[in-house]
Design a binder for this molecule. Structure first.
Ligand code: ZN
Ligand code: ZN
Ligand code: FE
Length: 746
């Protein structure tokens, strides 16, 4: 029976968010059919446009946001009632090109539906390492520009076979408009069969395997000589390697898992998660020497899964996926010599040939490199150490719109940030800007993101440091450039993601950032007021003899401290293991090349040096990590610090460490520092009439410090904020720079 025309309505909806390339249109199509609506849906440059007509339009709208496809994210819906039209059925229309203002999703781990096909001998995708669908697979790293169509991806060169084309065009299929879809007939192939890859791993070879965002160096994580070989060839002495295990059951044998960290490890984003190591004989000792933490990750590409499948003897069904497995693989970024990740097949032969025994590549090109993300759970919530794969280019929502701004970050652990309206897009981890390959990657990343987001920045933000490459690059762009002080940017990054627009106090604790007075800062207590800040206090000034070298050799910081408290004559005796000790003493006596720093990183190094922990570190932050690992129960030295003229002085605590046993010293140092920082910032917050305390800077990667300060401030009735969407280290400052520059008047 014909429905009464009076109940009929026609509604036009415009949807913004992550709605392209995620199966959103077929989802809309199914929903429209369920509610017997006519009309159409299409992707435009700004998101998805829908027109629906019928008498269940309200039901449609109410259910639209209830169960969207797994990778979709609806940020905004605009709705209008429009005149009825003569039409029949519901259609998916072809893309309209126009102004691009939508986002493409990050790269994603293989979904459960694809996994069942991967292990189903009856499926045409059985054991095919490149299967994917609208719910999973590569996106960011293969897409040149929007709209997200196959022709704009690196899959453009693969012509779909009839079976793939049929699925691609069928709105009821999971692969409807799945741009990277491929099968064994028409898609990319591995250069070496999975079975042989596994055999080579099992005999102890080091392999370079092309993954989603670049090559990994891979070897058997239980084979000590293989791990040693990898270390030697990669010239990576002690920096820990991440290990891939099959599932949570396997992980639980190596690390202590709680609910939050299990959820994070098993999440579809599949980050590397730092977890407390269990005593176990399984893994090679040189995976993470001396550290209490182990970085684990679970398989995320079909190829990873196939290696575990092969190792398990190709079991039937998928139940084996949850059973513990013996195979454990070192999976480390193939980035020789601190240069960016290798992504290109020819480049792999050239740069990885001397490291890997075997190179495994394939024909799906990676357009832009993207490392694995690294995360950890602090106080029950996940936080970043490195933000990259599966998180970039997700937008960080800002409290309000700012002019389109490009922020170029700092020098170490660089990222860039681009804003569009009230969204901030922080790039993947780029790295330390100290070699030409990284500088090239920096420029490629900016270009790629600007193209994907279709943004023409009106402003550019950079660090205050005049000699940083990022600063010079900013000044060469020909648009208004804004210098932002490093620690101000750290605090603004936390404020931006938490939508804090009030005045707050903030603690920025890190290794180094140039201060407004041109001296090295790094332990700053600030009044944060959006575009402005005031340095209310800082950590005591420590002498850093010889500059940068002292940042890698904690014994030098300790020697300088002895000199500072008038015990310089003990240097030669206490540090007799170091031939440079006597010379260092003279340097200090003459006050040559010994800048004074307020750095919290150097404070940690001083403590490590005094306690004899790793006098010479083999990578940045190693000594403090080892110190943190010794903490069992933090203890407060009641008179260990004093606060004078806003300065926090810990001389008495440090003096106590001189003849202290290392483990006890670790407890005293952490306990007292946490208490002192809380007292110091609480006093200032009270005086400034705010309850908000922003916490940021690389030192907050220290778990004991971060959770201790948060707890201590809460106990004092204050509201501390740590970054959750960016890492606390310099990987987050581009967000803060953008937020500040976006508000400044010329
Ligand atoms: Zn899938
Ligand atoms: Zn095919
Ligand atoms: Fe910093």
């Amino acid at each position: 029976m014909a429905r009464s025309a009076s109940l009929q309505k026609r509604i036009r909806l415009e949807i913004r968010g992550v709605v392209q390339g995620v199966g959103f249109r077929p989802y809309v199509h199914r929903l429209a059919q369920r509610h017997q609506l006519s009309g159409w849906v299409l992707n435009d440059g700004r998101g998805v446009i829908i027109e629906i007509q019928g008498d269940q339009t309200t039901e449609f709208i109410n259910t639209l946001g209830v169960q969207p496809p797994p990778l979709a994210r609806i940020d905004h819906i605009a709705m209008n009632q429009i005149p009825l039209q003569q039409e029949q059925g519901f259609a998916i229309r072809i893309s309209q090109s126009g102004a691009v203002a939508t986002s493409i999703p990050p790269d994603n781990s293989v979904c459960p539906d694809c996994l069942s096909e991967l292990f189903d001998p009856g499926s045409r995708y059985y054991r095919y390492p490149f299967l994917n669908c609208t719910h999973c697979g590569p996106r960011y790293t293969i897409t040149r520009r929007l709209p997200y169509d196959r022709s704009n991806t690196t899959m453009a060169g693969f012509t779909m076979c009839p079976s793939c084309a049929a699925e691609y065009h069928d709105p009821d299929n999971r692969r409807f408009h799945a741009q990277p879809t491929a099968c064994p007939v028409c898609g990319p192939r591995l250069s070496i069969p999975v079975k042989e890859i596994l055999q080579r791993i099992q005999v102890g070879e080091v392999l370079a395997i092309k993954g989603l965002g670049g090559f990994h160096l891979v070897c058997d994580a239980t084979n000590e000589p293989a791990v040693q070989r990898l270390r030697q060839r990669k010239q990576r002495e002690e920096k820990p390697f991440a290990v891939m295990v099959a599932n949570l059951a396997s992980a639980a044998e190596l690390v202590t898992l709680d609910e939050a960290s299990s959820r994070l490890l098993d999440s579809p984003q599949r980050p590397i998660v730092l977890l407390p190591k269990k005593h176990s004989e399984t893994l090679a000792p040189s995976i993470a020497p001396g550290l209490q933490w182990l970085g684990l990750l679970l398989p995320y590409t079909p190829l990873h899964y196939l290696l575990f499948y092969e190792a398990a003897g190709r079991p039937a069904g998928t139940a084996w996926l949850d059973r513990s497995q013996a195979l454990a693989l070192v999976m480390t970024s193939a980035n020789p010599g601190g240069e960016p990740l290798v992504i290109d097949n020819a480049e792999a032969q050239q740069r990885l040939g001397g490291i890997a025994d075997t190179i495994v590549d394939h024909g799906r090109d990676i357009l832009i490199r993207c490392d694995d993300s690294v995360m950890r759970v602090t106080g029950g919530s996940p936080g970043f150490i490195r933000r990259a794969r599966s998180h970039v280019p997700h937008a960080i929502k800002l409290a309000h719109e700012i002019p389109p701004t490009l922020a170029l970050g700092g020098h170490l652990k660089n990222t860039v940030c681009i804003t569009r309206g009230d969204e901030a897009f922080v790039s993947q981890h780029i790295g330390d800007m100290d070699n030409t390959a990284t500088l090239r990657f920096f420029e490629e990343t900016i270009e790629h993101l600007l193209k994907l987001l279709d943004v023409k920045p009106e402003r550019v933000a950079h660090d205050l440091h005049p000699d940083f490459h990022s600063t010079r690059h900013a000044q060469s762009l020909g648009i208004p450039a804004y210098a932002v002080q490093h620690h101000h940017a750290h605090l603004a990054a936390v404020a931006a993601e938490h939508h804090i627009t009030d005045v707050a106090v903030g603690l920025a604790l890190d290794g180094f950032g140039l201060g407004e007075d041109h001296s090295p800062w790094g332990g700053e207590l600030m009044l944060y007021d959006g575009t402005h800040f005031r340095r209310l206090g800082h950590l005591q000034q420590l002498k850093q003899p010889g500059g940068d070298v002292a940042a890698r050799e904690p014994w030098r910081m300790a020697a300088a401290f002895l000199h500072q408290i008038g015990r310089g004559d003990e240097i030669a005796r206490r540090f007799k293991a170091h031939p440079a000790a006597r010379q260092l003493h003279q340097l200090l006596e003459k006050n040559l090349n010994t800048p004074e720093v307020s750095s919290c990183g150097r404070l940690f190094d001083t403590a490590c040096g005094l306690l004899g922990i790793k006098p010479k570190a083999s990578f940045e932050g190693q000594a403090p990590m080892l110190l943190e690992g010794l903490v069992t129960k933090p203890e407060v030295v009641p008179d260990g610090w004093c606060i004078e003229d806003g300065q926090l002085d810990l001389t008495r605590l440090l003096t106590q460490l001189i003849d202290c046993q290392a483990a006890h010293g670790a407890n005293l140092f952490h306990g007292t520092l946490v208490e002192a920082l809380c007292e110091w910032s609480a006093q200032v917050a009270r005086r400034q009439g705010t309850k908000i305390v922003l916490l940021n800077g690389g030192c907050f990667l220290n778990h004991v410090l971060a959770s201790g300060v948060v707890k201590g401030l809460r106990n004092r009735g204050l509201s501390p904020y740590l970054p959750q969407q960016t890492p606390p280290n310099d990987g987050g400052i581009s967000l803060g720079q953008a937020w500040i520059a976006g508000h400044r008047d010329r």
